[in-house]
Structures are given as structure tokens and as C-alpha cells.
Design a protein around this ligand. Structure first.
Ligand code: SF4
Ligand code: SF4
Length: 306
């Protein structure tokens, strides 16, 4: 189409980069079971646990945190994870919430379950947004190939076209199984085998029923049981100041950055802490707060706030 579509924060950051400013902060949403859901500007590397406390803390004793949205986000294994350049929001949910339980199904169990349960109703393909755009992605066929325990090589490759949007898993499938998760597993396997999708070169044509098969957002939110968290929170009035940041040296496409600081170095917000390796594609990484470098280990620069 000759068009590049960017979100507002990306455009904002590009404008900053053109003036020589590094990306050191991230605007993100904190939603779900927190006392004060909010949008907040967070220094990169801030811990999820501190951000949740800033939003008034969890309103339930036991909870899980989704990094991202309810459909495509992933369940964090612990809340000491840092916020990265790609964190757009977190959702705090009860451990037995529909969104959480669907995402932590054991992958092997899911595959076994699929073989037994899929009734080949084709609803996953009927409602798949990529299929409706004309891509050759037929999740029901992928599921059938698992059912026959033969995983046809050509059909298996169709998984590469899956955007992992989750409509099949969370809306379409009457048996509550997950073509999305199966596709994600197959994609990981194909990546290891270095298999890539070869476009046919044919022009894509929308499915004739595409307009009629779009999923209403309000219905989807009800099905996911997240409508009660749709509170449209405001930007936080107070500034969020983390006690410590853990800045990952690999938050981007390409090679991880190489640390340019060592333990005990002073750090000022915006200072370079990771450089693009010689001759590689990558991105620089900068300190997001003023403080002292506590450690550089396992690809993470930890800075304690002043
Ligand atoms: S997760 Fe993949 S297969 Fe399922 S609806 Fe979305 S694009 Fe289609
Ligand atoms: S919607 Fe569910 S049961 Fe129906 S074909 Fe797809 S995976 Fe199988």
C-alpha cells in the first residue's frame, strides 16, 4: 500500500530520536485487580511489582499478571520482571480467571487434548481474521493433521501465517481448545528447522463473508470476562519513581547490546549502558534513571536509584 502504520508512542519516540533523545521511558496501562487502574509513564527496567504497588496494589491476595492484552498477552511467571520497550500494559487477574487459565495450559497436554476433542466444526477457520483476509491459514486443518497424528508438512507451514490473535481460542472454538497455542508451538518448531513461509505471489482476496464474520469487541470482552476492567483509566498524576531498574540489553530486533558499564559506575538518565555490537544490527540501550550500577549480569544492567 506504500503506507507505514505506527502507534502514537513510536512516532513520539522517533521524533525524540531525531532530536538525539534516547528511549528511556514507556507509557503503559495498569489494569485489572488493582486499587487505582491507570496509565503511567514508567522508566524502562522498572519492576512489575513496583508498578503494581504504585497503582494502589492488588485488590486480591492471590493474583497473576498478564503482560499485554487479554488475547495476545502472556502470563508472567513472577512480578520481579522488568518493564521493557515492548511492554504496553499489564493486567492483574485472579489465578482462575478465564484469560489466565487458558494461557498456561501445558503445551503437550494441549496437543494430546486436541487430537481427542476437536470436532472439526471449522469455526476457528470461519472466524480467523487472517483467513478472512484471504491468507491460506486453515486452523481446523492444522488441528485435523494433529488428530491423524501425521502433521502434514504443507499444512503445518500454514501455522506461519498465524498472528496468534487468539480469536479461535477465546471466541470461536466451542470445545475450548486452542488452535492459537498449537500454531504457536508449530511456529517455534518450524523456526528451529529454519522453515519460512514462501508467498505464492497471488493477490489476496477477502473472504466474501468477511464483513459478516467480524467479532464485536463488546461481545469478545464479555466472553473473556474482562468487561468489568474496561475503566478507561487516566494518566497518573504523580510521577512513578522506581527504587531499582533492571534494564535488559536485548529488548529489540537484532543482536543484544554489549554493556558499556560495570558494577559501581555512576549512571545518569539517558547515559549509554549498552552499545550495538560491531557490524551487527541492533539498538543502543540507555540508563532510565539516575543512580549507581549494581550489577551487569545475564544480559541485564541493574541500576539502583540515587
Ligand atoms: S490465533 Fe491464528 S489461527 Fe487463531 S484466529 Fe488468530 S490468526 Fe487465526
Ligand atoms: S473450532 Fe475448535 S473444535 Fe472446531 S475445528 Fe476448530 S479447533 Fe476443532
Amino acid at each position: 500500500m506504500g503506507v507505514v502504520v505506527c502507534n502514537v508512542e513510536t512516532v513520539f519516540n522517533i521524533a525524540g530520536a531525531m532530536k538525539g533523545s534516547a528511549v528511556t521511558d514507556r507509557y503503559m496501562t495498569v489494569a485489572g485487580e488493582v486499587a487505582n487502574p491507570m496509565v503511567v509513564k514508567v522508566p524502562l527496567g522498572s519492576l512489575v511489582s513496583e508498578v503494581i504497588e504504585f497503582a494502589g496494589g492488588p485488590t486480591i491476595p492471590d493474583f497473576r499478571v498478564i503482560d499485554g492484552g487479554p488475547l495476545m498477552g502472556r502470563v508472567l511467571t513472577d512480578t520481579d520482571r522488568p518493564i521493557t520497550k515492548t511492554t504496553s500494559g499489564i493486567i492483574v487477574l485472579p489465578p482462575d480467571h478465564n484469560v489466565v487459565t487458558g494461557k498456561i495450559k501445558d503445551p503437550d497436554k494441549l496437543r494430546r487434548l486436541t487430537r481427542v476433542v476437536c470436532c472439526q466444526c471449522t469455526r476457528c477457520t470461519d472466524l480467523c481474521p487472517r483467513s478472512l483476509l484471504g491468507h491460506q491459514l486453515r486452523p481446523h486443518m492444522l488441528m485435523r493433521s494433529l488428530g491423524k497424528n501425521m502433521e502434514h508438512a504443507e499444512i503445518r507451514k500454514e501455522a506461519l501465517l498465524c498472528s496468534e490473535c487468539g480469536i479461535c481460542e477465546k471466541f470461536a472454538c466451542p470445545m475450548m481448545i486452542s488452535p492459537r497455542e498449537v500454531n504457536a508451538q508449530i511456529k517455534r518448531e518450524l523456526a528451529k528447522e529454519n522453515v519460512r513461509w514462501q508467498p505464492s505471489g497471488k493477490e489476496l482476496k477477502n473472504h466474501p463473508f468477511r464483513e459478516l464474520r467480524q467479532v464485536p469487541t463488546s461481545r469478545l470482552m464479555q466472553r473473556l470476562d474482562v468487561a468489568r476492567y474496561d475503566t478507561h483509566p487516566e494518566l497518573a498524576e504523580r510521577e512513578f519513581k522506581p527504587s531499582v531498574v533492571k534494564i535488559a540489553l536485548h529488548q529489540h530486533i537484532g543482536a543484544p547490546a554489549v554493556a558499556t558499564v560495570t558494577e559501581g559506575d555512576p549512571a545518569k538518565k539517558g547515559d549509554l549502558v549498552g552499545e550495538v555490537p560491531e557490524g551487527a544490527l541492533g539498538a543502543k540501550v540507555n540508563a532510565s534513571i539516575d543512580g549507581t550500577v549494581l550489577s551487569v549480569a545475564s544480559g541485564v544492567v541493574t541500576i539502583k536509584a540515587k
